[in-house]
Structure formats: structure tokens, C-alpha cells
Design a protein around this ligand. Structure first.
Ligand SMILES: [Zn+2]
Ligand SMILES: [Zn+2]
Length: 411
């Protein structure tokens, strides 16, 4: 026998018995996001590498370690590791800044990151996300958070915790960065290798470090004092206070987490995460924030923006597996032409119908029907002569002979 070829490490097939769950995620996204005026956008899964270097940030792990980059015709191309940069590229390229703001876009699809595969972390994974362009007011931040909560609730995740933080603007953040660097300077040699690199390039990202020895350093009182300080300027503070008051009004339960900085370079002011407590343990299911400088950095006009993304594999892991839909009817017959005619008639009306294609014995066909359908539609010689069909309820074994018209009131 020929050698079997397996799926690539870190990727997976979404099998028929799992795909119903994906349909629910996608259907609810379309339904809920439409209520907020969002339109779907589909961008290519690969872009020029420079887009991510500039758009995601060249101090991030994503860009430094995790991108699938390849060359074709002397151009460096990369499989998208996230989709905000691609959506921003499209927004600029298609002149969407000429539309009256806000421009609200959502997307879903596969993303690619070369990470060590583990439970819930794949190299090809899927995200659903939203981006809103053109509004700097905190009502926009509140609306995107509300929509994320709405969406998660629609899926059945109701035990949610929203964590928010404000990273300030480039102006006030500079002061915070300097304070942080000053207080961490004596600890520099004790920081992990990544943190030592971030120290100069992007000190805020230090707070995101998952290395235990780094986390312990940040717990020190003199460092906590800086982390917990209210460094943001008056304007940023006002923006954050308004966001909180909107969330209060809408009775969204939230906490302020000063360590929340998010893994990407482009955020300013609001950042947030949503955690689900469903299934006992706490799982981060949504992350996002404001990125007012990204459109400009990628060559567009100065345009404020805010958005979020959710990992769809992670959502699926928290949701119950829906039952596979059975057929409405399975036609049991030894007259293929009549069976085909009845099947086509019912399919055109929207019923899910199959019939035996290989002329098996009646009993075999009935066996199959009881596995895959709610009703067996028996089309024997007598039924065909009378222009009728015998309907067997496969749950109760109740059976009666009816006309095609009557059949519709049963199925
Ligand atoms: Zn500020
Ligand atoms: Zn570290």
C-alpha cells in the first residue's frame, strides 16, 4: 500500500461532525454584527511582509518569530498572522476614508502563526474580528465591547468578565515608559532575554511577559507603585472615565487591570480582554483595543480606530457540540425513478431527503433510514400505483399511508 500522508503538525481538519459548531459561530457573527451596522470584508490570506512588520510591529513575537514568510518573484510575502493589518490596508487602498464615518467592518477566517502547537493553539487557526474606523470618542469603544459581549452571549457564554485598561496616548505614555524603565533599571540583568530586548524598544510590553521570574519582579512594591500609578493625561483619563460610565450604564461587569497591555504594538488608550468562566476555568476569549495611529502608520490619513478579535477554536472548545441534523426523510424503494422523482420534488421544497442509490434490500434500506432520518418514506409497488407514500415515524414506529400533499404536513 502507498504511504499515508498526514495533516501538517499544528493544523487540523474540521470534520463534518464539528462543522455545525462553526456554522453557528459564523451565523451568529453575521446576525449580531449586522445589528450594529457592520459589513463583512474578506481580505487575502497572504500580504506583503512589510505590511505586518509595520502594521503589527517589529518588536512583537508574532513578527519576530511566528510568521510564515516566503518569497515569490523576489517579493517577500507572509501568511497573515492576524487580520487587522490587512483590513487597514484594504481600508486605505479602497479609499474608505471617503465614506461617512464610522466605517464598520468584520471578518472571519484562517490566520497562521508558527508557534509550538498545544491544546487550543494551532499554527493554522481561525479568528472572527471587527474593526471600526473614524470615531475617536469613547462611545465607539463601549459599542465594540458591548457587541463582543452580545455575540458571546448569543453563543451561550454568559459568565463573562470584561477587563479594561488605558494605555494613554503617545504623549502621556512616554512619561510612563520612562518611569517604568527607571524603576526596572536595577533589575535589568534579572529580566528574561525577551524583556531585555523590549526594555529599549517597547517597555510597556514587559508587563505582558509570561516568564515567572519576570512576573515576580513586577510584583515588587516599588515597581507596582509605578504600574498602578495614574500616569495618563487629562484627556486620556476623561476618555477612559467616559468608557467606564457607558459600561456602567449598560450594566457590563468589568474590572480595570493595569497589567493589561495586549501583545501588539499598535494599541493606544483603551485595551480590553473578555474572559469566560463557563466550564469552570477562566478562559480569555476576546482581545482588542484602540489603535488610532495604525491607519496613518500604514500610509493612510490620520484615522482613529478600535476593534477586537476572537479565536474561533477557543470559542468552540467552550461550546457544547450540537447534534448533527438528521434527514427529514429517507426514501425506501426498489423503483429508482419514482424514488428520484419524489426526492427531487421534496428537496426543491427545502426538505433534506436521501434515497438508496444502490438498490439494496428493503430491510437494509429501512435499517439505514432509522440511522439517518426522522421518517422512512416507503415507496412500494402498491404506493406507486395509488400515487401515495407510506410514512414511518422512525422514533415511534407509527406508520400511515398518505398522499404527497399530506406528506408535507407530516415532515
Ligand atoms: Zn494621554
Ligand atoms: Zn520577561
Amino acid at each position: 500500500m502507498a504511504k499515508i500522508i498526514n495533516v501538517v503538525k499544528g493544523t487540523h481538519d474540521i470534520l463534518p461532525q464539528e462543522v455545525e459548531q462553526w456554522h453557528i459561530l459564523e451565523k451568529n457573527a453575521l446576525e449580531i454584527f449586522s445589528r450594529y451596522g457592520y459589513k463583512e470584508i474578506r481580505t487575502p490570506i497572504f500580504e506583503v511582509t512589510e505590511l505586518f512588520a509595520r502594521g503589527v510591529g517589529d518588536t512583537t513575537d508574532i513578527v519576530n518569530k511566528e510568521m510564515y514568510t516566503f518569497e515569490k518573484s523576489e517579493r517577500s510575502l507572509t501568511l497573515r498572522p492576524e487580520n487587522t493589518a490587512g483590513v487597514v490596508r484594504s481600508y486605505i487602498e479602497n479609499g474608505m476614508s471617503r465614506l461617512s464615518p464610522p466605517v464598520k467592518l468584520w471578518y472571519k477566517g484562517p490566520m497562521f502563526r508558527y508557534e509550538r502547537p498545544q491544546k487550543g493553539r494551532q499554527r493554522q487557526f481561525h479568528q472572527v474580528g471587527v474593526e471600526m474606523f473614524g470615531v475617536k470618542e469613547p462611545a465607539a469603544d463601549a459599542e465594540v465591547i458591548l457587541m463582543a459581549v452580545d455575540y458571546l452571549k448569543s453563543l451561550g457564554l454568559d459568565d463573562l468578565e470584561v477587563e479594561i485598561n488605558s494605555l494613554g496616548c503617545p504623549k502621556c505614555r512616554e512619561e510612563f515608559k520612562n518611569n517604568l524603565k527607571a524603576v526596572l533599571k536595577p533589575e535589568f540583568d534579572n529580566l528574561c532575554e525577551d524583556c531585555q530586548k523590549r526594555y529599549e524598544k517597547n517597555p510597556l510590553r514587559l508587563l505582558d511577559c509570561k516568564v515567572e521570574s519576570c512576573k515576580a519582579i513586577f510584583e515588587k512594591p516599588e515597581i507596582q507603585k509605578v504600574i498602578q500609578s495614574d500616569f495618563i493625561c487629562e484627556e486620556c483619563a476623561d476618555h477612559f472615565a467616559k468608557l467606564k460610565s457607558y459600561l456602567d450604564t449598560m450594566q457590563v461587569k468589568y474590572t480595570v487591570n493595569k497589567l493589561l497591555v495586549r501583545g501588539l504594538d499598535y494599541y493606544n488608550r483603551t485595551v480590553f480582554e473578555i474572559k469566560s468562566n463557563n466550564l469552570g476555568s477562566q478562559n480569555a476569549v476576546c482581545g482588542g483595543g484602540r489603535y488610532d495611529s495604525l491607519v496613518k502608520n500604514l500610509g493612510g490619513e490620520d484615522t482613529p480606530a478600535v476593534g477586537w478579535a476572537m479565536g474561533m477554536e477557543r470559542l468552540n472548545a467552550l461550546l457544547p457540540v450540537p447534534e448533527l441534523k438528521k434527514l427529514n426523510g429517507y426514501i425506501v424503494s426498489n423503483s429508482p425513478v419514482e424514488a428520484l422523482e419524489l426526492a427531487q420534488k421534496l428537496r426543491k421544497e427545502g426538505y433534506r431527503i436521501e434515497f438508496d442509490l444502490s438498490n439494496k434490500k428493503f430491510t437494509k434500506q429501512l435499517e439505514k433510514a432509522s440511522k439517518v432520518a426522522d421518517y422512512a418514506l416507503i415507496l412500494g409497488e402498491d404506493e406507486i400505483k395509488a400515487g401515495k407514500v407510506s410514512v414511518k415515524n422512525l422514533a415511534t414506529s407509527e406508520q400511515k399511508t398518505v398522499s404527497i400533499e399530506e406528506l408535507r404536513s407530516i415532515l
